[in-house]
Design a protein around this ligand. Structure first.
Ligand SMILES: CC(C)(COP(=O)(O)OP(=O)(O)OC[C@H]1O[C@@H](n2cnc3c(N)ncnc32)[C@H](O)[C@@H]1OP(=O)(O)O)[C@@H](O)C(=O)NCCC(=O)NCCS
Length: 154
């Protein structure tokens, strides 16, 4: 069984996180742009929770999660795990740690939006207590698709 460590992402890891994002997001929507990853990791204002999962045997990053903290709301902006590492509980580890940190930062609510067809992500979110609160038609393009908006009280 692989040992997975969850750690805060740092600027020096931006390129490696970008590679993970490209691998994770080729089916559903776009990866996080490298420039956005760099800007986010350079943010020192305390509004960002950006965590990575690392395989302790190889030292390689295989997943990440990114929340933006808006006062007392943790907006789950992105979560991705490399295809070859899925189904091993990695997103769960990232989610649990991310929510814990957001709560410690005073968040009382977490919000997100997700493509309606993204069953894996919706399954993950439901498992961690998010509930659908609205749907927005034609919210995404390439391909056109509705967004499901989900909230979780913390
Ligand atoms: C969504 C994603 C992050 C899940 O990562 P993962 O490490 O495989 O997830 P885990 O193994 O921790 O699974 C946790 C839970 O998610 C749900 N889940 C994961 N894969 C699923 C699938 N293919 N279908 C339905 N539910 C799924 C299940 O509830 C699962 O719990 P269980 O194992 O007790 O059934 C991964 O599939 C991914 O990177 N997808 C592409 C990127 C993306 O679409 N991100 C979300 C939009 S930002």
């Amino acid at each position: 069984m692989e040992k997975i460590k969850i750690k805060k992402g740092v600027l020096e890891e931006a390129q490696e996180i970008f590679e993970v994002s490209k691998d994770a997001f080729s089916l559903h929507s776009d990866p996080l742009p490298l420039s956005a990853i760099k800007e986010t990791l350079a943010d020192e204002g305390g509004n960002v929770v950006f965590l990575c999962s690392v395989n302790e045997d190889t030292g390689k990053i295989n997943g990440y999660i990114y929340f933006w903290i808006a006062i007392d709301e943790a907006q789950l902006y992105h979560v991705g795990v490399r295809k070859e590492d899925r189904g091993k509980g990695i997103a769960s580890l990232l989610m649990k740690e991310g929510l814990l940190i957001a709560k410690e930062k005073g968040c009382v609510l977490s919000t997100l939006e997700v493509r309606e067809s993204n069953e894996a992500a919706i399954g993950l979110y439901k498992k961690y207590g998010y509930e659908q609160v609205a749907k927005r038609k034609n919210y995404y393009n390439n391909p056109d698709e509705a967004a499901v908006l989900m909230n979780k009280e913390m």
